[in-house]
Ligand binder design. Structure first.
Ligand SMILES: NC(=O)c1ccc[n+]([C@@H]2O[C@H](COP(=O)([O-])OP(=O)(O)OC[C@H]3O[C@@H](n4cnc5c(N)ncnc54)[C@H](OP(=O)(O)O)[C@@H]3O)[C@@H](O)[C@H]2O)c1
Length: 241
């Protein structure tokens, strides 16, 4: 068993996920850089290591059973357990997405990645998380997954989104179900919104930096034992569902 804290961040080769890995690494943690592309993964690991982070690469496509199983095996062989899982990998499928003309393959890919991918990775990592003294799971959601905000006149919830926003609403709903099932364990699981962040995801139109977007995930990854579970937060506090 490794003595230091072990974290895994999915989709950590760039954007917010990279900065989450950097932020957790700055705490002295060992951080698995989950990424599906070998070149991008190696480059991220190298850059994190150059910055003093104890980073290691974890080949991981969240939509692929065999890849996720192998990732869990790799973490087990390296550390014997997992303390923190950040389910950050996500896709939009492009914007904007009118429901009446939506490409259903795009909807399917968004759900497969943003929801089922999170469940696949979480369930594969749970045996390792259960060995931790203070397991934390952070699901990177989005404010656009808030049905309350989507139906509040004047609230800024972006363009029409038949695939992406509903996938994040479902991710929120799934997060609540996990929290209910795991209520009597020491596992805390929460959903996070990073704000509107300049990354590849939105053609770098966001007004926040990836580092700013990573802050809420780092906070939820480092919750004390009496911290919340089954919640939905951004930097300012709880978000409406
Ligand atoms: N940017 C924003 O304003 C914003 C706002 C709210 C929520 N979010 C959420 O924040 C998270 C990170 O987004 P970002 O803005 O940092 O976007 P990004 O720069 O596009 O990064 C997305 C990451 O997810 C990875 N990924 C996608 N599909 C994957 C799969 N099947 N398996 C493994 N990795 C996969 C990507 O890997 P590749 O490099 O291989 O594609 C990339 O590393 C997402 O969940 C997103 O929905 C972002």
């Amino acid at each position: 068993m490794s003595e230091g804290t072990i974290a895994l961040v999915t989709g950590a080769n760039k954007g917010i996920g990279y900065e989450i890995a950097a932020g957790l690494g700055a705490l002295g943690w060992s951080v698995g850089v989950g990424a599906r592309n070998a070149e991008r993964r190696d480059a991220a690991v190298e850059k994190l290591r150059a910055g003093g982070v104890d980073a290691f690469g974890v080949p991981l496509d969240v939509t692929d059973d065999a890849s996720v199983t192998a990732a869990a095996r790799l973490v087990e062989e390296r550390a014997g357990r997992l303390d923190v899982l950040v389910n950050n990998a996500g896709v939009t499928g492009g914007m904007q997405q009118e429901p009446t003309t939506a490409d259903l393959a795009t909807v399917r890919t968004a759900v497969e990645t943003n929801v089922i991918g999170v469940m696949r990775v979480t369930n594969a990592m749970l045996p390792l998380l259960r060995r931790s003294a203070a397991p934390r799971i952070v699901n990177m959601s989005s404010g656009v997954g808030s049905l309350t905000l989507q139906t509040t006149p004047g609230a800024e919830t972006g363009p029409l989104s038949a695939a992406y926003s509903p996938s994040k609403s479902m991710l929120n709903a799934v997060t609540v179900q996990y929290a209910k099932e795991l209520r009597d364990t020491n596992i805390l699981i929460n959903a996070a919104c990073p704000g509107y962040v300049a990354t590849d995801l939105n053609g770098f139109r966001g007004h926040r930096t990836p580092e700013q977007g990573a802050a809420i995930a780092v906070r939820l990854a480092t919750l004390p034992d009496d911290g919340p579970t089954g919640g939905y937060f951004n930097d300012d506090g709880a978000l409406p569902w």
